[in-house]
Design a protein around this ligand. Structure first.
Ligand SMILES: Cc1ncc(COP(=O)(O)O)c(C=O)c1O
Ligand SMILES: [Zn+2]
Length: 371
């Protein structure tokens, strides 16, 4: 991996690229991939890739999710151009496959034979699938309360599932402890620089699809921010090489029950979490390790972080299915509730275009009382 290094997102210190280093040795910051020389990917002359031999990539055909126009709900909001990018059409049903494909390709290239991952469900299912394809053994740590469909999906790929009682942080702690005790690679999608590198293709595809007429606003449901931060990296790269002049405003949607990024963005002394929990399990992350990076993306692009109520998440979950035929999981519906809030408070003007990441498929997290 000599063509890349891992660079600290906070102090810019460089580290050797491997699978074991997840934090800066100088300041503890999260790491990003830095290219020592500009490499070229077979898809595009502007697309640096952490792999030495992209032809050996572990892939299931991820990416290429269509961006469809939502005329009915655009009319409902009074927004003329509203789009959903259907990330639920990825091979395991969520955007995570973009990041997993690169992370597991690097793992294979480095000869890793066994990985540990913790997840609210979707990243676990994604890692389990790509690990199966790569011939790598996967240990997936997930909350015992995770949706049954996600747990079933993890199991069907043959991963070892470790169910943990307690909150999301308890799951992370258990995974780190297990990896350390067994001297295994902790392939954390929350921290892995390679995972973030994979999610950049979300931005590349938007530029390919919309050209000079990019959506003015992009709204993403954010927990750890892997899609949010990766999208920004993708747009920034394309700006650096002159493919785009302006980057869309990137807005983060969170559930009011777990809103560390929205609380920090508002700068208020609001509690970042509240009792009661959320149906948006994918974004219920109380201490995102890349929080400072996510806040910089907001500042850099003129985006906002918005917190939405449970009733609004559920209402948009239904509206999407009933008015547009789009069945997403509640976590994804939070981003659409976020659009409504941002339009209401005037951050997004009705004359502006909006694209929403429909991040995960509905059958993964069915709401029991509605079935
Ligand atoms: C469907 C869905 N959307 C959004 C997210 C948030 O992704 P991130 O934690 O990388 O911000 C997740 C994470 O699990 C998810 O499963
Ligand atoms: Zn550092």
């Amino acid at each position: 991996m000599s063509h890349i290094a891992l660079q600290c997102s906070e102090c810019a210190a460089k580290h050797t690229a491997d699978m074991a280093t997840l934090h800066c040795s100088e300041c503890g910051g999260a790491l990003d991939v830095a290219y020592n020389s500009r490499t070229q990917d077979r898809h595009s002359a502007t697309m640096p890739n952490p792999l030495h031999s992209p032809d050996d990539a572990v892939t299931l055909g991820e990416g290429g999710a269509p961006a469809v126009s939502l005329r009915n709900l655009g009319g409902h909001l009074g927004v003329q151009r509203l789009y959903a990018k259907l990330e639920s059409m990825n091979p395991t049903g969520s955007f995570k496959d973009r990041g997993t494909a690169v992370m597991m390709s690097v793992a294979k290239e480095l000869g890793v034979s066994e990985v540990v991952e913790d997840s609210s469900g979707n990243a676990g299912a994604s890692v389990a699938a790509y690990a199966a394809r790569a011939g790598i053994r996967a240990h997936i740590f997930a909350p015992a309360s995770a949706p049954a469909a996600k747990l079933g999906q993890i199991a069907v790929y043959g991963a070892a599932t470790h169910l943990i009682d307690g909150d999301r942080q308890a799951v992370t702690d258990a995974a780190i402890d297990f990896a350390a005790r067994n001297a295994l690679v902790y392939a954390s999608h929350n921290l892995s620089p390679y995972f973030i590198e994979g999610t950049k293709t979300f931005a590349y595809e938007i530029v390919e699809r919309f050209g000079a007429n990019l959506p003015r606003n992009i709204v993403i449901p954010v927990g750890n921010g892997s899609l949010f931060i990766g999208a920004h990296r993708g747009f920034s790269e394309l700006r650096r090489v002159g493919r785009v002049s302006d980057i869309p405003r990137l807005h983060a949607a969170q559930a009011r029950a777990v809103m560390p990024i929205a609380a920090a963005f508002e700068g208020a002394r609001k509690p970042a979490t509240s009792a009661g929990g959320t149906v948006a399990g994918g974004i219920a992350v109380a201490n995102p390790p890349r929080m400072r990076q996510a806040l910089r993306v907001l500042r850099d692009t003129g985006g906002s972080a918005v917190a939405v109520d449970e009733s609004d998440i559920l209402r948009w979950h239904s509206l999407l299915a009933e008015r547009e035929g789009i069945f997403v999981e509640p976590t994804s519906a939070a981003a659409f509730a976020g659009v409504e809030a941002l339009v209401k408070n005037g951050v997004i003007r009705r004359s502006e275009s909006v694209l929403v990441a429909a991040t995960g498929f509905g059958l993964k997290d069915a709401i029991p009382q509605r079935i």
